[in-house]
Design a binder for this molecule. Structure first.
Ligand SMILES: [Zn+2]
Length: 74
């Protein structure tokens, strides 16, 4: 099931919820009954401010071969 992100336009309450495609979109904030705004489903990737999300924690030490082959074929 896809996860959708909603944000209240009244109290700025943001949350994610799993919904089936057949389910209706939420329109009411569960906190203040305000108007909800559907965000794009950026599942897994949330770039809020500084996107510091890198998975290459392991630095491969070793001589990296210089790629001298420049593609200059015209
Ligand atoms: Zn609200």
């Amino acid at each position: 099931m896809p996860t959708y992100s909603y944000r209240c336009t009244e109290c700025d309450n943001a949350f994610d919820i799993q919904q089936a495609l057949s389910d209706d979109s939420l329109t009411e904030c569960p906190a203040c009954k305000g108007k909800l705004r559907k965000l794009f489903n950026t599942v897994g990737v949330t770039f809020n401010g500084s996107g510091f999300y890198r998975t290459d924690s392991r630095k491969s030490s070793g001589g990296e071969s210089k790629s001298s082959s420049s593609s200059s074929s015209s």
